[in-house]
Unconditional design. Structure first.
Length: 450
């Protein structure tokens, strides 16, 4: 019996691999630190999961089979009991990124990289390729609202994957076509400096097949000396190879626009999700789709029917009285894009943001940038830092961001206090922001506001 065991199975990338191997006929089980909606869905699909680091809870099917493939996420601490059990017992342990690289090596891969936007672009790309009739296998970094999954399966030659820069994971991929949306400084605990991170993006770009294509955001500065692929630039509305023009804001924050391409203009495009930043994402995605053979008509139809990604500019309430949006933004540049998109969509209205910082190191490294972005809000509710894989750093708390935010209407708050805090003011436009466990609050907030 073929068996796969995943340590950190509840992660978005890990859960997609769990589903992939389950569909391929493997017995699949795993461990995660905390239950979530995603782990509950995996369990309902027949995947056994437990939530304490205890080798006695690993099903014997896996411990008695030395051929079990053990997949782990780089967020797993090195002193974790189950990890060390498999390591010392001589099992094959492989990082998530290496497994994805192995799967991708058997397909023609479309990879989406960048510190921002890769989940929306990869999900939209998978939707376009699927709707155009060819189909694709896709490993997504979020839950597609069109397919209610982070995994699409197909016999097609194409595979769509997010190329994650964390832990240099994207260097496991050798794509046919790639998008790079941005290379802003992040993960400095891994890279040390912004320059080292840009070098890694340059190395990723050099791994695109020589006959392949790179779609690069206009203005992104990475080393290009070793890139053999054909390079096209894209932008929101700055003239280059691919860009949007005649952009018109419609009711509800949706946009109508034309896409200027090297092959002609695609007139009258609309996207099924709101926000100007998604127009830019649509341009990048359209570039890949057109280059790989999708025709204009199929492209426009798929753009219009795209329902978005959970936790990516995700509307939960949208009435004339109240709007509530949830977004995964956790980097200062992402926060700025999300907040300015909302303000552009709803001019003159009061925007209240609830932000949960993600990681002590990121908070420490970008404190001034976080404060600058959050100061674009009209009102700020700042939660405690979500530590994820990290131990606390002395002197690093949400307070260091809070003290630098320049707007007067701001307050610190715990998750436990939040719902009571929200009962007091009148909410106009509300947005929750962050990559931690703030998503657990989305449903109670929606119920409170709706």
């Amino acid at each position: 019996m073929k068996t796969v065991y995943l340590i950190g199975i509840g992660g978005i990338g890990m859960s997609a691999l769990a589903r992939y191997y389950k569909h391929a006929g493997y017995e699949v089980a795993g461990y995660d630190r905390t239950p979530s909606l995603l782990t509950a869905e995996l369990e309902s699909e027949g995947i056994a999961i437990h939530y304490s680091d205890d080798i006695d809870q690993i099903p014997v099917t896996y411990t008695e089979n030395k051929d079990t493939l053990v997949i782990y996420t780089p967020a797993v601490p090195i002193d974790m009991g189950e990890f060390n059990y498999f390591l010392k017992a001589g099992y094959k342990l492989v990082k998530r990124s290496a497994v994805l690289g192995l799967i991708a090596s058997e397909k023609q891969t479309m990879a989406v990289a960048g510190t921002h936007g890769k989940t929306t672009i990869s999900t939209l790309l998978a939707h376009i390729i699927t709707q155009a009739g060819g189909g694709c296998t896709a490993f997504l970094g979020g839950i597609s609202k069109n397919y209610n999954s982070n995994l699409l399966l197909s016999d097609s030659k194409w595979l769509v994957a997010e190329a994650d820069e964390y832990d240099r994971s994207f260097l496991q991929l050798y794509p046919q076509v790639a998008v790079i949306t941005s290379a802003d400084a992040d993960h400095l605990d891994i890279y040390g400096t912004a320059d080292e991170m840009r070098k890694a993006f340059g190395e990723f770009a050099s791994q695109i097949k020589p006959e392949g294509v790179l779609i690069l955001k206009n203005g992104v500065d990475i080393p290009m000396d070793n890139v053999k692929a054909t390079v096209y630039r894209y932008a929101y509305n700055t003239p280059c190879d691919f860009y949007a023009e005649n952009i018109e804001l419609q009711e509800g924050g949706y946009y109508r626009f034309d896409i200027h391409t090297p092959f002609g203009i695609i007139f009258g495009c609309t996207l099924g999700v709101p926000g100007w930043v998604n127009v830019e994402n649509a341009v990048a995605t359209a570039a890949v789709a057109l280059i790989t053979g999708v025709n204009d008509i199929k492209l426009k139809e798929a753009l219009r029917s795209f329902a978005g990604v959970k936790r990516r500019f995700d509307f939960h309430v949208n009435t004339p009285q109240h709007v509530y949006i949830d977004d995964y933004a956790h980097h200062p540049v992402e926060l700025k894009a999300a907040i300015t998109s909302i303000k552009q969509m709803f001019p003159g209205r009061k925007v209240t943001g609830i932000f949960q910082p993600h990681l002590y190191t990121r908070t420490r490294d970008f404190v001034a940038d976080f404060a600058e972005s959050l100061s674009l809000l009209d009102s700020l509710i700042l939660l405690d830092i979500y530590p994820a894989r990290e131990l606390p750093i002395e002197g690093v708390t949400s307070r260091i961001i809070f003290d630098k935010v320049t707007i007067a209407d701001k307050q610190l708050c715990t998750k436990e206090e939040l719902l009571d805090v929200l009962k007091k003011p009148t909410i106009d436009i509300l947005v929750t922001l962050g990559a931690g466990d703030i998503d657990r609050l989305v449903e109670p907030i929606t119920n409170l506001i709706a």
